[in-house]
Design a protein around this ligand. Sequence first.
Ligand SMILES: [Zn+2]
Ligand SMILES: [Zn+2]
Length: 531
Amino acid sequence: MTRPFPFPQLGYSLTEVDGFLLCRRPGCRQCAGSPEFVPLHWDCFEIFRTQSSIDWDDVLCRLWVAASWRTPWRGASPMCFPIDAARSSSLKALCSICKLPQLHRLPLELLQMVQSYSEHALMWRGALAFDLAAHISNKTPSGLTTMPLKDIFFWEREKQLQVTSSQSLPLIRITVDSIGISKIERISPQAYKGECYSSRVYVVEQEQAVFKCKVQFKDGFSRLELASSSPLSPPAIWNTPDPPDLQLCRAYERKSLSQYQRFFAVEVTSIRGITFFFSSRQLYAIHIHRSGGLSALSSFQRLPPRRRRSVSWCYLPITNQDRILVLGVRTLPNQHINILVRMEKAGDLIIGQYMSSPAEDRCLGWHAPITLVYGEPQEGQPVPYFGAYCQPPTRKFPKRLQAYKPKSFPISEETCFSMASLEGLQSVEVFYDQDGQHCRGMLLYYQNGGCRAVGQCRIHVDSSKQFLQPSQICFRTNSLRGNGHVVLYNVQVDWRADSHRHEEKGWACQPLDGILVFWYTHNSSFMAIEK
Ligand SMILES: [Zn+2]
Ligand SMILES: [Zn+2]
């Protein structure tokens, strides 16, 4: 154990802790050869220590297994499972220690909401540390055993192991949850069925691919030991038990495809929307919006602090009356990327930072139902893989998405562009920045059931206001001086259905026809109406 230290920033640091250099460089070769380590919050550790009722050396030993075996093999990227401290059996005790007895009496659903707004609070971490201490103290430790992965027919945490017979099924599936590997089983090949989870992940491999891997068992837990001499890259990790065949996915792939690749399959028919995070012309993160799910803030917070300061939130709304017909990408040789979407009702959308030069379009999926498949980026890196999986298309290749040519181009480089028709509107939701005055983005709902987003719509993050059946749009664009010669803009918007006058100067009131264009960066918004 080392002394406590502040968690290092991404990259290589010169801070030495008890003779060890801290390093958070993704894929660092030097680290791969150094002793294994597990970072623990100091305060969580203190709680754990005071709550454990067994011999200190023994506690450390068992804590090491519980903590390091959470990753299914050494070097696997962190899984970031949603934590469910609201269900913790220690929460009641902790609430009374913290003099918050009412909190524990809340219904589970409300408790989970409170937790989602204070995810990293000591209260929740402390409850989990209590649970772990109780679990470890009450268990009889077992010795370490190791066996080849190919010899295992079935194993489930805390259950008996079954070894393979001579004629075994060809695939091995490993299930991993927030505690570590929970199940190892032999399966026959299965087609992708659209079953996706956020609380567990799966590794599915052919027996030959993991021939040299071994499995360690101790204290009811298990962990994979990858063959160090194996030329094969570590197995892919999926959010579905029957991953789609990557050979059948059409995708945009960046060169630096990570060795430890984690893939997500998303059934786009079952989601409410997607937030794409763009910065420096590239896509840095993807957040899937599900009903009752977390806001995109949880994905934003996983970006490195420096990236957070320059990233734009680009939202794709998917109403329950609309669906994605075509998914694609538009790219430039400098890796500038836009996401292309054709919605049945909302029409064509080009999402990302504006491209002024001719670009290459690639259609990734055009036969519903489309499954979005993307790879989780290594920390600080852009999304390495963005693709679609669908049935072999019977329909012919869709016609090219037409890019709207805006007449204005107010903000300099790396500006996101969005546009929407002002005709056929049913209602509008306006999202405001912190001061509650300036519009960061808007959702325009149409009579045909479609919805388009302009600007940054940070759902459940920024305050918003609904305007029903508007007949006029009123707006005022203000220019501000940013750093150096950069001019920043902000926009005030009102949607009206009555005759009115504005007290302040500079407001333009317009009937609802033409195209609303909205340019934006993380800190600037500019709006115009073009006819
Ligand atoms: Zn390193
Ligand atoms: Zn007005």
